[in-house]
Design a protein around this ligand. Structure first.
Ligand SMILES: [Zn+2]
Length: 564
C-alpha cells in the first residue's frame, strides 16, 4: 500500500472551508451538476435531488424539479453523487487514536518503523509510548533463525530506538503487540511467565520473551497504557469523526465499541459533535447491560447501539485464525480459539431473548464453522416465541476463510457476512503460504456468497486498514493490490460487479443495521445521506478508483465535509 494518507491535516483544513454557498446547518438544498447514482436496481441515475428538512423530497431529471426558489443549490461541479457510504466494520476509537499516537502505518521496514519511533520518543520525552499500525509482511528484514520470511518487531528493536522507555507498538491487525524490555519488566513478564489461554508470549532460542505478545497475551501489558482521561477520549472520538467524514463515510458500524464509551458517544451526538452515524456492536463486558436495556438510540438515530461483538479466533497474519488443519507454513499450529460452547451459548441465548444483534469475529474456517454451529444451537435452544425480535440479522465479522461446504450456513440460517475487501488484497501476499492451494477456494469468497443470496456488508476494519472507501471499492471490484498486482492464487472470479460493490457499502450496511427503510439508496422519503467523489466509480477504469477523492459528505441533509 503506497498511496499517501488522504486523511489527517488535509481533512482538518478542508473542514474549515465548510459552508460556502449554503447557510450553516442547512438541511434543505438542491444538489445538481453531476451524475447521481441512486443505488436502485439497474444502476438508475438522476440529475437532481431536492432535500427538505433532512429528507429526500425529489430525485429525477433536473427539468422536473418542483419549483423551489427559496432553496439553496449545491453545485456538484461534475462530481458523482452516491447514497451515503457506510463503513460496515470500523473501530472509531482506534481511528481517532491513530491520529493522536505514533502511527506506524505504511512503514516500509523495521529500520523505517524504528526511525519513526526514535523521532516520536524525542518529541515526546515523558511517559509511555503507544503506537500501532506496523505490518511486517513486506519488510525486507528477516530472522535468520526462522529461516524464512519477514520478522516481527522485537523488544530489542524498540530498546535500541527508544532506550529505557516503556513502548507498546501494536501490529496493524490489532491482534499482536510488541513491548519494549522496560514494558515487559513493568508488566513482570519474563521467561517463566505462562501465557493466558488464547494468547502466546513469543520466546527466543534463549527462552526469554522476544517482546511479541499475541492475542490474549496482549492483556498482560494493557495496564501500561495511560488511562485515557475524559477530555483525551473525547478528542480521540472527535478526531475519528473528522477523519471518517473526510473519507466520505456517512456512517460507521463501530465494532467492539467499548461499552464504557457509549454514554460519551451519546452525549457527543446530543451536543452536535457526531457528524456521521454510529451503529455500535459493543464489547462483551456490556452484553448483560445491553440485554437488560434493549436497543439504544439517541439524537434521532445518529447513535444506535443494538449489537454485541464476540471473538471466535484471531487473525491470519499472526496465525491466530482457527483452522481445521494445521497452517501450511507452521504445521505445529492450527491457530487459537478465543471462546467455547459452554461460555458462549448463554450469551447468545440472552441476545435472542432481548432482541440484541450478535456480531462475531471469525477468520479461520474452524472459527467460522464454530460460530455458525453456535448460532444454530442457540436458535434451536430458545423457542421462537421467546425471541424478542424474530428478525435477527446476526453477523459474522470477516468470514475470511470458509470451507465451501459451510457457505450454506450464511444463506440458510441466515448469517450476514461482514467482509473487508482490503484485507484480501493485503492478505493474498501471504495467505497462499499460510493456507496452501486448496484452502484458498473459500478465501475472501465475496462473489460465491453474494450468488447464494447472502448479504455481504463491506467494511475497512480501519485502523487495521487505511479506511478509504475508494480503496475498499477498488479491492472489491479489481481484487488486485494497489500496484495492480494479482497473484496466480488470488481467485479473480471472487471479485464483484460495481453494482454489487455499491450495495456492499450502501444498502447492505443499512440492512445490517436495520435501517434499509431509511438509508442506503437515494429515494424519496429516505434520509438525505450522500457521498460524492471526484470520479465516477461506476465507469472509470478500475485502476483509477483508488486515486479519487471524496469531495462531499452529507448526513441528514447537512454538509459535514466538503473538499473545495
Ligand atoms: Zn475489526
Amino acid at each position: 500500500m503506497t498511496l499517501p494518507p488522504k486523511s489527517s491535516l488535509a481533512a482538518l483544513a478542508a473542514l474549515a472551508l465548510l459552508g460556502g454557498a449554503l447557510p450553516a446547518g442547512a438541511q434543505t438544498m438542491i444538489l445538481r451538476g453531476g451524475t447521481i447514482h441512486t443505488g436502485l436496481a439497474g444502476d438508475q441515475t438522476a440529475e437532481a435531488v431536492l432535500v427538505r428538512d433532512g429528507r429526500i423530497a425529489f430525485v429525477g431529471r433536473a427539468a422536473d424539479l418542483p419549483p423551489a426558489p427559496d432553496v439553496p443549490v449545491l453545485d456538484l461541479k461534475g462530481a458523482t453523487l452516491f447514497p451515503g457510504f457506510t463503513d460496515g466494520h470500523a473501530h472509531l476509537d482506534g481511528i481517532g487514536w491513530r491520529e493522536l499516537t505514533l502511527n506506524l502505518e505504511g512503514s516500509t521496514s523495521v529500520a523505517d518503523a524504528m526511525a519513526r519511533l526514535t523521532a516520536w520518543a524525542e518529541s515526546h520525552p515523558d511517559g509511555p509510548i503507544i503506537g500501532r499500525g506496523w505490518i511486517e509482511t513486506r519488510w525486507p528484514e528477516s530472522a535468520p533463525e526462522l529461516g524464512q520470511g519477514p520478522r516481527f518487531l522485537t523488544a530489542a528493536d524498540l530498546d535500541a530506538a527508544a532506550p529505557g522507555r516503556i513502548v507498546l507498538l501494536g501490529r496493524a491487525d490489532g491482534h499482536a503487540v510488541t513491548a519494549s524490555s522496560a514494558a515487559l519488566a513493568a508488566a513482570r513478564i519474563d521467561a517463566a511467565t505462562v501465557a493466558p489461554s488464547g494468547g502466546e508470549i513469543a520466546k527466543g532460542p534463549d527462552g526469554k520473551p522476544t517482546g511479541f505478545l499475541l492475542d490474549a497475551a496482549m492483556q498482560l501489558v494493557a495496564g501500561l497504557r495511560p488511562q485515557a482521561d475524559p477530555a483525551a477520549l473525547r478528542a480521540a472520538y472527535q478526531a475519528g469523526f473528522r477523519v471518517e467524514a473526510a473519507y466520505g463515510w456517512t456512517g460507521v458500524h463501530f465494532m467492539s465499541a467499548p461499552w464504557k464509551d457509549i454514554p460519551l458517544l451519546e452525549q457527543m451526538a446530543e451536543a452536535g459533535e457526531a457528524p456521521i452515524r454510529v451503529y455500535s456492536a459493543v464489547t462483551p463486558d456490556g452484553a448483560e447491560a445491553l440485554y437488560a436495556s434493549g436497543p439504544r438510540s439517541v439524537a434521532d438515530g445518529r447513535i444506535i447501539t443494538r449489537a454485541v461483538k464476540f471473538y471466535a479466533d484471531g487473525a491470519l497474519g499472526s496465525r491466530g485464525a482457527a483452522l481445521f488443519a494445521p497452517y501450511s507454513d507452521a504445521p505445529e499450529t492450527t491457530g487459537l480459539m478465543q471462546t467455547d460452547t459452554a461460555h458462549i451459548e448463554p450469551l447468545l441465548q440472552g441476545a435472542l431473548r432481548s432482541g440484541i444483534q450478535v456480531a462475531f469475529h471469525a477468520i479461520g474456517d474452524r472459527g467460522n464453522a464454530s460460530v455458525a454451529d453456535w448460532y444454530d444451537q442457540a436458535m434451536r435452544a430458545v423457542p421462537k416465541t421467546e425471541w424478542k425480535n424474530p428478525d435477527l440479522r446476526w453477523r459474522i465479522e470477516h468470514a475470511q476463510i470458509l470451507r465451501p461446504s459451510d457457505y450454506h450456513w450464511f444463506a440458510d440460517l441466515p448469517i450476514i457476512a461482514s467482509m473487508q475487501p482490503s484485507h484480501a488484497i493485503g492478505d493474498f501476499h501471504f495467505a497462499p503460504a499460510r493456507l496452501g492451494e486448496q484452502r484458498l477456494n473459500g478465501a475472501y469468497a465475496w462473489k460465491s456468497l453474494v450468488d447464494l443470496g447472502v448479504i455481504v456488508v463491506g467494511g475497512s476494519d480501519s485502523p487495521v486498514e487505511r479506511g478509504d472507501p475508494l480503496i475498499e471499492f477498488y479491492a472489491a471490484v479489481a481484487r488486485r493490490d494497489l500496484e495492480g498486482f494479482q497473484g496466480p492464487d488470488w481467485r479473480p472470479e471472487e471479485a464483484v460487479s460495481r453494482e454489487t460493490a455499491l450495495k456492499m457499502f450502501t444498502l447492505w450496511p443499512a440492512y445490517a443495521s436495520f435501517r434499509e427503510a431509511e438509508l442506503g439508496t437515494i429515494e424519496v422519503g429516505k434520509r438525505a445521506d450522500f457521498t460524492a467523489f471526484d470520479i465516477d466509480l461506476m465507469t472509470v477504469p478500475a485502476a483509477d478508483i483508488p486515486h479519487g477523492h471524496a469531495v462531499l459528505t452529507v448526513v441528514d441533509g447537512k454538509v459535514v465535509y466538503r473538499r473545495d
